[in-house]
Design a protein around this ligand. Structure first.
Ligand SMILES: [Fe+2]
Ligand SMILES: [Fe+2]
Length: 302
């Protein structure tokens, strides 16, 4: 690689790498109220969209990555990918377990989750492609899509670890622990999907194209998810969310700010970008060492 090419290549921060392990957490939801950010259905439901998207989405990550394992020719990366698979499987399950509580509270998410399941299983699933180039192309496309999505899970993980305003507003401690345990593991493993993409493909055009697809799809699904929750919340009459509500919550520190979200775009598209440049492994590890759910999981397996 010439000096010029090296200056345009992703620049990892080696000290941010940590060995990955899945923590077998479990949460009790019986005391969590419908509006777990008190008096703020909009913030509650905006974050609740995670429970609609992640069970199917993270199951899909695991499904795709199991197919990529034979393409990995680096032992350290294989270990990271196996750790990633273990963590994502647990995340998917933990968010799935919130859904019965929403049903109990009168908010049945099935009409929405059925569509999300269809998207990940059928639209983004294994197509009946012949072995060879077409099948490999579709696998690489999905590996790149996961790297782009993981840019946002790491962004959200870093955000929620620092979202002190949620504590000040009295947000439900169990939900906060779920979000921060998950967020901290997203920060821990934030480089894995990108490193895997670099290892098996790494093409810049594919990175940019799949980023655009992932970003547009996430924005579309998120705003539909918020609308779904607001329309089906049994305690609300004619509730509607707007972009203004979102900006205001971002400004108040209750949701990620619009500015931070916009800045994340050129960050991912920079040729020197590497996920280890953003977020703090030290902060993530410190949260996991104190998380009630992670500590209980450790005690159970000790
Ligand atoms: Fe996750
Ligand atoms: Fe992740």
């Amino acid at each position: 690689m010439s000096n010029k090419q090296a200056a345009r290549a992703p620049q990892p921060v080696a000290s941010e790498r940590v060995p990955l392990k899945a923590r077998k957490v479990s949460f009790s939801w019986e005391d969590t109220p419908l509006h777990w950010v008190p008096g703020d259905p909009f913030t509650t439901h905006t974050i609740n969209v995670l429970h609609l998207l992640l069970p199917a989405g993270e199951r899909w990550f695991v499904h795709v990555y199991k197919q990529v394992l034979p393409y990995i020719r680096d032992d350290e990366l294989r270990e990271d990918v196996l750790g990633f698979i273990g963590q994502e499987a647990m995340h998917s399950q933990a968010h799935d377990e919130v859904l019965p509580r929403l049903r109990e509270l009168g908010l049945d998410p099935t009409p929405y989750t059925a569509q999300v399941d269809w998207m990940f299983e059928k639209l983004l699933g294994d197509r009946t492609l012949p072995p060879g180039r077409a099948r490999r192309w579709w696998l690489m496309e999905r590996v790149a899509l996961i790297a782009a999505i993981e840019h946002y899970t790491a962004f959200l993980g870093d955000w929620v670890l620092n979202a002190e305003e949620l504590d000040r507003r009295g947000a439900d401690p169990t939900m906060l622990d779920l979000l921060r345990w998950h967020g901290a593991e997203e920060v821990e493993h934030r480089s894995v999907a990108f490193d895997l993409f670099l290892h098996v493909d790494g093409g810049y055009r594919r990175r940019a194209r799949t980023w655009a697809t992932a970003f547009a799809t996430l924005v579309f699904l998120w705003q539909r998810g918020i609308r779904f929750f607001l329309e089906n919340d049994p305690t609300l009459l004619d509730a509607k969310g707007s972009l203004k509500d979102f900006h205001r919550r971002g400004r108040d520190g209750l949701l990620p700010s619009t500015g931070a979200m916009l800045r994340s775009i050129p960050t991912y598209l920079s040729r020197t970008y590497h996920p280890s440049q953003e977020g703090s492994t030290e902060q993530a590890v410190a949260y996991l060492a104190a998380s009630p759910a992670a500590l209980a999981a450790e005690k159970r397996t000790a």
